[in-house]
Design a protein around this ligand. Structure first.
Ligand SMILES: *[C@@H]1O[C@H](CO)[C@@H](O)[C@H](O)[C@H]1NC(C)=O
Ligand SMILES: *[C@@H]1O[C@H](CO)[C@@H](O)[C@H](O)[C@H]1NC(C)=O
Ligand SMILES: *[C@@H]1O[C@H](CO)[C@@H](O)[C@H](O)[C@H]1NC(C)=O
Ligand SMILES: *[C@@H]1O[C@H](CO)[C@@H](O)[C@H](O)[C@H]1NC(C)=O
Ligand SMILES: *[C@@H]1O[C@H](CO)[C@@H](O)[C@H](O)[C@H]1NC(C)=O
Ligand SMILES: *[C@@H]1O[C@H](CO)[C@@H](O)[C@H](O)[C@H]1NC(C)=O
Length: 412
């Protein structure tokens, strides 16, 4: 047990070095939680590949996601009004929880920054985002700085699994688990992550339309104007996963606040690409060449054979574009939160079990149903998993499901 503890502690310090944001946490508290989890991780919770989970049912399925239409022909400040009116109570609860969490940083000084400085940066955000955020603040009555904080938050705190796969007929499928809320308050009684649970009621499907016709569809969080999961029917599909790096999330955002603003917010870029790029190639070029505020993985699927890739980004460069290549028998690409040419962090290996289940399924049997099985296998499904999305470019289908992971289940 002691050696397990030590292993976990050294793993923990690695993780701290990997994620500068971790330095800001109350270390003792985290260490306590972490050692508790290490014993949990050693319990053999990892399971065989799930099967026959679709259509979603049972204890890992918490509910469907409601559809809303957002009319891009409206002025940006009015686009989200109907969504916010319905989700206001949940949004207030969530933002209070984020504030409580942020209150732990710098002895509460971060809250001062949120209330005093963040309202000022909203005008530095590119259109249409600044106006949309102001509209959301006005309709909800939530202070502007706090809505800005909520919109920044996901840029640095999401861990996920995304996959693009091609079947024998050349159909492309794209799916993801959205995992959110790591280290943000563990509810000991309910064995859940506080923020993860508060986020689940905010998950919405959005149909973005111009002239009453769908431009793209996404699954996101009410009050959040960026996009992490989306599809342009018949053209391409896109998801974003966080990439941890020394030159990571906080630095670019701090630079932005301090006035150096030549990079693009990652989830604003994904939204812009879904809204305005017109092909897989166009999307790939924009995602690879635009300067960013933080490193990221963009997972992109197209509408033709071999069109699926993981774009590994630093803030400035593209390190690698890893594509489906049927000649090499590579019929899918799968990304969690580690460079595909490196081993995943040993305490957070969701990649090996996910790939094992993809390989076991085989290209002959891949479909949205069987991908849902892969994404329902622990620890690919874990306590952080908020929703699972399934997309099929040829039919324009986007289906999302709120998830739960009852015990025994790994915390991430
Ligand atoms: C989710 O939607 C499906 C299909 O529309 C429906 O059959 C099912 O009853 C819904 N489940 C819940 C929990 O609302
Ligand atoms: C724990 O779960 C119970 C039952 O689902 C719920 O009523 C309660 O609000 C939860 N507690 C917290 C702190 O979320
Ligand atoms: C997409 O292009 C239109 C027209 O140029 C522009 O008004 C809009 O802001 C763009 N969308 C995003 C998200 O950048
Ligand atoms: C694939 O996307 C391209 C570019 O948007 C489009 O021209 C083409 O018609 C699409 N092909 C199919 C089969 O939908
Ligand atoms: C899955 O299959 C690929 C391609 O054959 C192989 O490179 C990879 O090691 C396999 N992964 C697992 C976890 O089985
Ligand atoms: C693929 O599906 C077929 C028919 O549903 C089934 O007979 C076969 O065993 C499956 N193959 C694998 C590897 O699961």
């Amino acid at each position: 047990m002691l050696s397990v503890g030590l292993l976990c502690v050294s793993g923990f310090s690695m993780k701290v070095r990997l994620r500068e944001e971790m330095l800001l946490l109350n270390l003792q508290h985290s260490l306590f939680i972490f050692t508790t989890f290490c014993s949990l991780l050693m319990c053999g919770c990892a399971e065989e590949c799930s099967s026959s989970m679709y259509p979603p049912k049972g204890p890992t399925f918490k509910g469907n996601v409601t559809w809303y239409t957002v009319n891009l022909d409206l002025p940006p400040s009015e686009r989200w009004t109907h969504v916010i009116k319905e989700k206001k109570a949940e949004l207030v609860t969530m933002i209070q929880a984020i504030k409580r969490f942020a209150g732990n940083f710098f002895h509460g000084k971060l809250i001062d920054v949120v209330d005093k400085e963040l309202p000022l940066i909203v005008d530095t955000l590119p259109p249409p985002f600044s106006q949309e955020i102001k509209g959301i603040a006005a309709v909800s009555g939530i202070p502007l700085g706090e809505v800005v904080l909520y919109n920044i938050f996901y840029e640095v705190f999401t861990v996920c699994t995304s996959v693009v796969a091609e079947d024998l007929k050349g159909n492309l499928y794209h799916a993801r688990n959205m995992d959110f809320g790591l280290f943000m308050g563990w509810d000991i009684k309910n064995q859940t992550w506080t923020l993860t649970e508060k986020l689940k009621p905010l998950v919405v499907n959005v149909d973005f339309q111009r002239k009453s016709r769908t431009v793209f569809k996404s699954t996101g969080f009410a009050g959040y104007v960026g996009v992490l999961t989306g599809i342009r029917p018949k053209e391409f599909t896109l998801t974003m996963n966080e990439r941890f790096d020394f030159d990571g999330g906080y630095i670019g955002i701090l630079e932005w606040i301090l006035g150096k603003r030549d990079g693009m917010w990652m989830s604003f870029l994904t939204r812009r690409v879904l809204e305005n790029a017109t092909s897989y190639k166009d999307a790939q070029t924009q995602l690879a060449l635009t300067k960013l505020l933080a490193p990221a993985y963009f997972i992109l699927g197209g509408n033709q054979t071999n069109q699926g890739c993981v774009i590994t980004r630093t803030r400035i460069n593209t390190l690698d574009i890893w594509e489906i290549d049927l000649r090499l028998n590579r019929w899918y690409v799968l990304e969690t939160n580690y460079d595909h040419w490196e081993q995943p962090f040993f305490l957070d290996d969701r990649r090996t079990p996910a790939m094992k289940c993809m390989n076991k399924t085989t290209r002959a049997n891949i479909s949205l149903q069987t991908i849902y099985d892969v994404l329902s296998t622990k620890p690919v499904l874990n306590k952080l998993t908020t929703y699972t999305s399934l997309m099929e470019v040829s039919t324009g289908k986007l289906e999302s499901y709120i998830r739960a992971c009852p015990n025994p289940c790994t915390p991430w």
